[in-house]
Design a protein around this ligand. Structure first.
Ligand code: THU
Length: 159
């Protein structure tokens, strides 16, 4: 039996160490949690996408009494960005989450469905999307969605 190891690259830093542009995007993601509709989980997620043209699109999770009908912050944000600006690659996506006690102490990794959608957006534009995962203590940065979903399914398998 052969073992295959997949490695991913993650940078970790503190908020104070972020570049100004990244700080702003993280601030926008935190701000976006305020408009989350999460009466069931009480878990508010916000995302902010910086597009190539400099525009920042914000979104958050939107829940529903029929639970699976709700949608995560990342997909709300990415689909809205792609719907409004179909020619604009997403350069960086920042994600933040808080529960009833406040922002989380460790970075929130996007769910599997969101990673799949982020990957498609990255591939669609042929440009790496940086992803910043905010938390009170550490911030994780990946240079490409490929690092969030290393063994991934994409359109190449359909051919
Ligand atoms: N949620 C997100 O918005 N993004 C994620 O990456 C993980 C989970 C939302 C979905 C649901 O509204 C709540 O958080 C609890 O799962």
């Amino acid at each position: 039996m052969k073992k295959i190891k997949l490695e991913i690259d993650i940078e970790s830093c503190k908020y104070a160490e972020l570049q100004q542009d990244d700080k702003k995007l993280v601030d926008e993601a935190c701000e976006a949690t305020k408009n989350s509709y999460a009466p069931y989980s009480k878990f508010s997620v916000g995302a902010a996408a910086l597009l190539k043209n400099g525009i920042i699109i914000k979104g958050n999770n939107q829940e529903n009494a029929a639970y699976p009908s709700g949608i995560c912050a990342e997909r709300t944000t990415i689909f809205y960005a792609n719907a409004q600006y179909p020619e604009q690659p997403v350069v960086t996506l920042a994600i933040a989450a808080r529960n009833e006690d406040g922002f989380l102490d460790s970075p929130i990794p996007p769910c599997g469905a969101c990673r799949q959608v982020l990957l498609e957006t990255e591939k669609r534009f042929g440009k790496a999307m940086r992803v910043i995962l905010y938390s009170n203590d550490d911030i994780y940065i990946v240079k490409s969605v490929k690092d969030l979903l290393p063994l991934s399914f994409d359109e190449s398998f359909l051919k």
